[in-house]
Ligand binder design. Structure first.
Ligand SMILES: [Zn+2]
Ligand SMILES: [Zn+2]
Length: 667
């Protein structure tokens, strides 16, 4: 199980049993084993292997549990070291940096109180109650300087265990109600603390050996965050930062951030007139503008065509459903209170919910007629719009919204069909990635926690079969895959896809989820070859995830320079002056007749200005027409990012584009 590093919870490290033996055996990931004196620390073991390893190692895992490198190892164990290159290493580094930031903040603002300070995907944050004091972004430079000062002091992260009562007393004396609350929530037993210089924090660790490894720091932003994510509680100040073991890594990161800013889908979406938000319509509810809607339609048609080939049937279901439907599906119990509240009819006293998922509707469609084993798999697809409540502070462009359209489908199949169906869905996902040039992707298989199989629904035999089916399917398709135990939903194992975009950021796209729960809840059945009734297995799958999220990722990946077949406008014709408007319109007519999305910009503007404006709109081709062009019946072609492509006839240009589009879709 993947345990988050440094979240302030109970000390998970098991007490180390002292063995009555002269030597202990440590086994390394490559299978090699070495003998050591009991009590040797992880750092001493690293030094024995190589001085270089000792200078780079940040944390270790002993028999699957995280430890500080200075903890004595007293019994036989398997040992894994983590460096900056490893996610575990970076997480430990960043969590340690959050302690360093808290130490610096306490120094700059004595008397402040601390919530939690975990590592995140890129860096770390700390939630702080500044009381009557105030901090603004302009103050962050001073905090960074104080952090670097403290880092240079080479402070150790010193661990100490206290009883729950002692721990509580410490924070009651300090008057820190946040830490008291966290401690109260922990089970009885020892609770660990880490001290760095003058700062002590409730923490289960692990931490890096000392602060001097932190060589470069950037505090990136300040935001408000409700204590424990509960909007009824106090709003704390969240300070985000990131740190590195080398200055050059920070420089690279800042450069990437600059590039990310340029590619921000909210900015590009506005420039290209794809989508907008209106406060009157409501936050988190995107409005798709004509060009965006056309783009979305092209994506939908593209997927529909692939799905049709794979035997999917399109269905359409309404945007609301009776509350009972979601009581049956279990969604009401799980999300009802924390989501949009029921809609009531004025006369009949009926209760409806905005649709949070399409699955219950599809289960009802499946149930409408008796199904035989020969009818399966049934694959029902829908571009289904769903509504989910998100706190206003969590909303972000198209990636976190309150209403979105899933490229959803549900496959109802027999258990023996699972693997084949998985392979087919993987084929669709990979086809999409290829066509849209996401060339760097990985997959994650989420399995049960083998130590706690009780909490999962569906029976051992089914789970084992399904897990094996997924693992075999990804192997057959040659996917780079990580397998994580304990990350599966209670109702079934799943496969997630992560893509890396053009500037190295990771996005989760596409999920394939097995479900034993809904068929049970909706009492779905098919008659088997044995003439008996059986439960089908359900697969939820959405290769794009949602149209909103996918378009956002696609914009950030391509910087708005979509492949030609997808571009909202493929060419704009720019007459040099109004004298050539008629010829421009004639060219446009030829192109439109060849199914090319083209228009004429006949505004009374300079040609220079028109070119600049259309470049911002990422128009793939600009066609300039003036006196020479008209006389020769040619257009001067300018390609986005490549510049001048020479002159050609409108017909030749149309043929060139058709060829380019054909090549893109052949992949
Ligand atoms: Zn900590
Ligand atoms: Zn579903």
């Amino acid at each position: 199980m993947k345990a988050p590093i440094g979240t302030t919870t109970q000390n998970l490290c098991l007490p180390l049993r002292v063995q009555n033996r002269s030597m202990i055996t440590i086994t390394f990931p490559d299978g090699n084993a070495r003998n050591y004196e009991p009590g040797i620390s992880g750092m001493e073991i690293a030094k024995g292997i190589s001085p270089r390893l000792a200078s780079e190692v940040l944390a270790m895992k002993l028999d699957g549990l995280f430890y500080d490198l200075n903890r004595p190892v007293v019994q036989d164990a398997s040992l894994v070291f983590f460096k900056w290159e490893d996610e575990e290493g970076r997480q430990t580094f960043w969590h340690s940096s959050s302690h360093l930031m808290a130490a610096a903040l306490e120094k700059c603002y004595p008397g402040i109180k601390f919530g939690i300070g975990p590592a995140i995907e890129n860096g770390f944050y700390y939630d702080v109650d500044f009381g009557s004091k105030n901090i603004i972004e302009a103050d962050l430079g001073q905090v960074e300087a104080a952090m670097l000062e403290l880092a240079k002091e080479k402070q150790l992260f010193v661990r100490r265990d206290l009883s729950k009562a002692q721990a509580l007393q410490t924070y009651m004396d300090k008057g820190d109600e946040y830490k008291c609350e966290l401690i109260n929530d922990l089970q009885d037993g020892t609770i660990s603390f880490y001290t760095t210089g003058a700062f002590t924090d409730l923490c289960r660790g692990p931490h890096i050996p000392d602060t001097s490894l932190i060589k470069a720091i950037k505090l990136t932003s300040i935001a408000g965050a409700y204590w424990r994510g509960d909007e009824r509680r106090k709003m704390l100040t969240r300070i985000y930062g990131i740190s590195f073991p080398k200055k050059s890594l920070l420089d690279e990161y800042l450069l990437m951030l600059e590039e990310a800013k340029k590619r921000d889908h909210r900015k590009i979406g506005k420039e290209m007139e794809l989508f907008a938000f209106s406060p009157r319509v409501g936050q988190g509810l995107p409005l798709w503008l004509p060009k965006g809607a056309a783009l979305r339609e092209r994506l939908e048609n593209f997927l529909k065509a692939v799905q049709k080939k794979h035997g999917y049937q399109q269905v359409v279901s309404p945007h609301i459903g009776q509350k009972e439907l979601y009581v049956t599906s279990g969604h009401y119990e799980k999300y009802g209170k924390d989501s949009f509240q029921p809609i009531h009819t004025p006369q009949e006293g009926e209760e409806f919910l905005l649709k949070p998922m399409n699955c219950p509707h599809h289960c009802e469609i499946y149930k409408l007629k008796p199904r035989s084993y020969k009818d399966l798999p049934v694959r029902l697809a829908e571009f289904g719009t769903v509504y989910r409540y998100e706190q206003s502070g969590e909303l972000h462009g198209l990636t976190r919204v309150r209403g979105f359209t899933q490229d959803d489908a549900h496959i109802f199949c027999r258990p023996d069909q699972l693997k084949e169906e998985f392979c087919k869905v993987i084929d669709i996902v990979l086809y999409i990635f290829k066509t849209l040039s996401f060339n760097d992707y990985t997959a994650q298989v989420s399995l049960r926690d083998p130590k706690d199989t009780q909490k999962y629904m569906g029976g051992d035999e089914h789970w084992e079969k399904a897990e094996r089916a997924i693992i075999e399917a990804v192997a057959e398709k040659g996917l780079t895959t990580t397998v994580v135990e304990g990350e599966a939903a209670f109702y079934g194992p799943k496969l997630d896809f992560m893509v890396r975009d053009a500037i190295g950021r990771k996005w989760q796209l596409g999920t394939i989820q097995v479900d034993y729960n809904l068929p049970e809840r909706f009492e779905l059945e098919y008659v088997g070859s044995d003439d008996k009734r059986h439960r089908p297995v359900m697969i939820h799958r959405a290769p794009f995830g949602s149209m909103e999220r996918f378009v956002a990722v696609l914009i950030e990946h391509t910087g708005g320079k979509f492949p030609l077949w997808l571009a909202p406008e493929q060419a704009v014709i720019l007459p040099i002056s109004e004298k050539f408007n008629d010829f421009a319109k004639k060219v446009c007519h030829v192109l439109n007749n060849s199914d090319i999305r083209a228009s004429v910009d006949d505004r009374n503007e300079t040609i220079g200005r028109k070119i600049r404006e259309h470049e911002i709109k990422r128009i793939p081709y600009l066609l300039i027409v003036g006196e020479k062009e008209e006389a020769a019946e040619l257009v001067s072609v300018r390609k986005q990012g490549e510049g001048d492509k020479g002159q050609m006839t409108a017909v030749a240009f149309a043929a060139m584009l058709a060829d380019e589009i054909k090549k893109q879709q052949e992949t």
